[in-house]
Design a protein around this ligand. Structure first.
Ligand code: PRX
Length: 648
């Protein structure tokens, strides 16, 4: 593989950026020519942000799996596509070559067909981090089914909501998943999600943990049996083939649910061609990927980072992607470093939360670790504090690896703001410069564009002027929601929901969400969603949730809860009631949404029109009790004193 569009100097970055803004169609058209198309596009780009309508490479025909697998077979067939490291370091590792990946994906595509899955059908995937998860994702893409991967930490209720929203009729899951010391009973969670469900036709179950599972006749089938049967269908005389479905450039590739400031999570839809081109382009450039390098992205494929930088980006580039089943602290806090040494990892891409949590173990877990294979380090998902940045730089990168701070979102499909490893400058805490094709603007409260002024650094709400190839196309089943959420706040702009600073060099520093979305350990959680879960608990009258600074998670969840006046805490036991409430949140959303603190209050600070004054609650949670600002518009200012006094 060679990457003619790889940027090799700062001047090349500037030239690429300039061209991408002046002539986006020619810029992206040239890059797209490096992929395999069944038919070339008629038009590179059609767009308006009003409806919005965004079409990249319209009229082009392709299949992303031919670009991620088939085109590499001649040159890279026996090279590793996926290196899999199990949860338990004693267990056998698996090296999946491109040939093997091709065979497995063809087999699984055949399994889907054998079970009645058709192009455009939605397939929900709820699995642990095993290579079969990648086969399932790519098998769907091969036949044009739309995959919707759900992270293994979400509850049955969350799965049921997503199945309903996506109208999914097929599920791929595992009996269980290993995560550190724990075994997560995935199939059993699926069974709960399916109580009363009449639309799901088939559940394909891969055996990983040998956890006992119920298998419903006619609905539940074993992965292994299905794959064995399909093997004979796709392999003749040692030659494996399964023709990939021809997809339109704009056909949906996948749905991924993510939290917003209101309502239930929305299904962000990405389409085939633009997503492929952009994840490949950013993978090759941001990390300065060189053929043969081992790329280790520590995310779970249940999140966008795993979709783009474990599966589609690296594989479309013929790269080697390391997939890790476990957690950074099992069996001990040196696990990441052992993996880096074991496979001579060249690129390590992780979240600031993981860095902060590993920093907490001191330098002992780094004793005896070599780490000299590392060339590039990356972070994603949340702002990185300077202390963590320097620790990463000094102790992991040994001050010789550029650190890329990559800012992006589920909706953006790929990285939008980041330094380019070794090519453009880095600055601790700053995501720095937008990548080619990305036209950021800052907008003030009134919607006016913030220009660079005399002030060295300006701030505003982060927006984008024009589409890049992997921008979301819609929110599944509700285009209006997509318009209102992202394109209606400011006319003709995509609004990210983040606030940012820009310095005199044009570098961006993300300051965090400006809406009611929390970022806990790099995971997005809507305050409204958590409140909804809290309010479902018997005895809870109402609640308000805000974020507060947390040393490791970045943000923690602080909940103010009003209990039923008559009954109060169940059995007068507040500690137990807190635990009960946490159980409810775990049931409704999943353990990742459990509040870190629950303060029982007799009332919430509200304006006379009944609106909760979150600003005040946020300040109290942040510990700034003496600086609450104007409270004169409150209906009952005395609640604030009570809340302040009893702050946790
Ligand atoms: O607030 C920003 C934060 O994560 C949000 C997107 O979350 P999600 O869709 O789950 O995607 C996370 C992985 C791409 C953003 O709106 N965020 C993401 N990356 C950074 C960041 N904040 C600061 N710095 C980053 N590098």
């Amino acid at each position: 593989m060679s990457y003619p569009y790889q940027i090799n100097s700062f001047e090349q970055y500037q030239a690429a950026y300039k061209k991408s803004v002046e002539n986006p169609e020619s810029f992206w058209g040239e890059i797209a020519k490096n992929f395999i198309w069944r038919k070339q596009w008629d038009k590179v780009l059609n767009w308006n942000f009003k409806e919005p309508t965004i079409e990249w490479f319209k009229g082009g025909k392709l299949n992303i799996t031919e670009n991620c697998i088939d085109r590499h077979l001649d040159e890279l067939g026996e090279k590793p596509a996926i290196i899999w490291e199990p949860n338990n370091p004693e267990e056998r590792t698996r090296i999946v070559t491109y040939n093997r990946l091709h065979k497995r994906v063809c087999q699984f595509a055949q399994v889907l067909i054998n079970n009645g899955v058709k192009k455009g059908d939605r397939v929900c995937i709820y699995m642990g981090m095993v290579p079969e998860l990648a086969y399932a994702v790519l098998g769907c893409a091969r036949i044009g089914a739309i995959h919707s991967v759900i992270f293994g930490g979400f509850s049955a209720q969350s799965i049921a909501d997503r199945l309903y929203d996506a109208g999914a009729e097929f599920i791929v899951t595992c009996d269980g998943a290993y995560r550190g010391e724990k075994v997560i009973p995935l199939k059993s969670v699926i069974d709960d999600a399916l109580i009363g469900n009449r639309t799901v036709k088939k559940v394909i179950v891969y055996t990983r943990t040998r956890t006992p599972v119920s298998m419903l006749k006619g609905r539940d089938i074993w992965w292994e049996d299905e794959m064995e049967y399909a093997e004979h269908q796709v392999e003749k005389d040692g030659v494996v083939s399964f023709p990939a479905e021809e997809m339109d450039a704009e056909d949906p590739l996948f749905i991924l649910y993510t939290s917003g400031s209101t309502g239930k999570p929305k299904g962000v839809v990405h389409s085939c061609a633009g997503y492929m081109v952009y994840t490949n382009y950013t993978f090759v450039n941001v990390f300065n990927y060189q053929p043969g390098q081992v790329h280790f992205c520590t995310a779970d494929i249940g999140w966008i980072t795993g979709h783009s930088y474990i599966v589609y980006g690296p594989l479309s580039a013929g790269g080697t992607s390391l997939m890790f089943e476990g957690v950074p602290t099992y069996p001990n806090a040196g696990r990441f470093w052992d993996i880096v040494d074991k496979y001579k990892v060249n690129i390590l891409y992780t979240a600031p939360t993981a860095i902060r949590s590993l920093m907490g173990f001191g330098l002992e877990p780094l004793q005896g670790k070599d780490l000299s294979s590392l060339k590039v380090l990356g972070t994603v998902g949340e702002p990185i504090n300077e202390e963590a940045w320097h620790w990463y730089d000094e102790h992991i990168g040994k001050k010789k690896c550029p650190i890329v701070d990559t800012w992006w979102q589920t909706e953006t499909g790929g990285v939008l703001i980041s330094n380019i490893a070794g090519i453009t400058p880095s600055k601790p805490g700053w995501a720095t410069l937008p990548l080619p094709g990305v036209q950021m603007v800052l907008v003030d409260e009134k919607g006016e564009v913030v220009e660079d002024g005399d002030e060295a650094t300006v701030s505003g709400n982060l927006c984008i002027k024009a589409p890049w190839p992997s921008i979301l196309r819609t929110t599944y089943g509700d285009h209006e929601r997509c318009r209102v959420n992202y394109f209606a706040t400011y006319e003709d702009l995509y609004f990210t929901g983040d606030g940012a600073l820009r310095n005199k060099d044009g570098f961006y520093r993300i300051t965090g969400r400006v809406d009611d979305v929390l970022n806990v350990s790099g995971h997005r959680i809507g305050t409204a969603e958590v409140e909804n879960a809290l309010n479902m608990h018997a005895g809870v009258v109402e609640s308000a949730v805000v974020g507060y600074p947390h040393d490791i998670k970045g943000q923690g969840i602080y909940a103010y809860v009003v209990l039923d006046k008559v009954h109060g805490a169940h059995n007068n036991d507040e500690t137990l009631t807190r635990k009960d409430i946490l159980q409810t949140v775990t049931r409704v959303i999943g353990a990742i949404a459990k509040p870190d603190k629950i303060q029982f209050v007799s009332g919430l600070p509200k304006t006379r029109s009944g609106k909760i004054m979150r600003r005040i609650l946020r300040k109290i949670a942040e510990g700034e009790v003496d600086n609450l600002g104007d409270t004169s518009t409150l209906l009952d200012p005395s609640v604030v004193d009570e809340i302040k006094t009893n702050k946790l």
